[in-house]
Design a protein around this ligand. Sequence first.
Ligand code: COA
Length: 299
Amino acid sequence: MSGAKAKLPIHVRKAREDDREAVFEFCRHTWSWGDYIPHVWDKWLREPNGKVFVATLDGIPIGIQHITIDKPGEAWLSGARTAPQYRRMGVATAITEKCLEYAKDMGVRVARLVTESDNVAASAAVQKMGFKPIAEFIEMTLEKVLVGDVGSEVSSWTNLSQSDAIWHYLQSSKTYRRAAGLYTILYHWYSLDMRDMERFIEQGKTITYSGEDGAIEGLILVDDAVSIEWHEKSIQTCYIDGDFETVLDMAKFLLSHCKTKDIDKIYGFTCNHKPITDALEKLGFKKPETITIVFEKRL
Ligand SMILES: CC(C)(COP(=O)(O)OP(=O)(O)OC[C@H]1O[C@@H](n2cnc3c(N)ncnc32)[C@H](O)[C@@H]1OP(=O)(O)O)[C@@H](O)C(=O)NCCC(=O)NCCS
């Protein structure tokens, strides 16, 4: 793409139902396979904690962006789209500024978003707006859970009595720091605090590896939102921590669970840390071609 073009006299406002057709039209060819915006549009417009902003030119939508305020002080931006013929004209910048203004009014102190390592335009645009890369993640996938090298005698589901020990483990974990203290559900990253941790445990979504003295040596958080969203028998990892051996053991435990529950597919989200990705690869998980980078801006 050539360099910057003249800026446009655009107007940014909250999205309305009747923007739908124009938005879907310019999203038709965002990626080679299309776009997920039509799939989430209705949900996004109804979210109590979210807003979609749209940029218009002569009243016609030419760009969008979505923002949610997940917890007090924390916002997540997603779905930035500029109609192809209006790119490099300041549209995404103008919408993002509006989103951040709204977020600030709502008491947000930190805004985050994600881009893939090969998305030159998005990466350049967010950095120009002052976002800094804070952590790298990788989405590994296991398409078919096979019988065989699965099962563990050390790893187990966790109960609330272990929450303090897990929290203590995380506080001194290099992986937790490398992940900027974040976990993901459905391609959306959140700060992992004690309350989230306890919710994972209460919902039976926490696998730990305990050493002989009972100390926590590894942790995997999982979630099934992806299976509900995409109507498939799948599960995702939301956070993985540990060394090669402990991750390997916990992942075998997870595979065994999937086998019992007839879950076919695992999305292995993890921060990009070799001992963890090596352990997953050993069990047949495939690495993607790109790395997922989370950016952050303090408001
Ligand atoms: C990413 C995207 C939303 C950017 O929208 P945009 O309206 O073109 O962005 P802006 O015009 O506000 O660009 C702001 C700055 O970002 C940088 N930038 C944007 N596109 C760029 C590109 N293709 N190459 C290099 N730098 C780029 C430039 O520094 C630009 O400022 P300049 O034009 O004054 O030099 C748009 O390219 C798009 O819709 N892409 C497809 C969907 C997508 O990738 N969404 C993001 C998913 S994370």
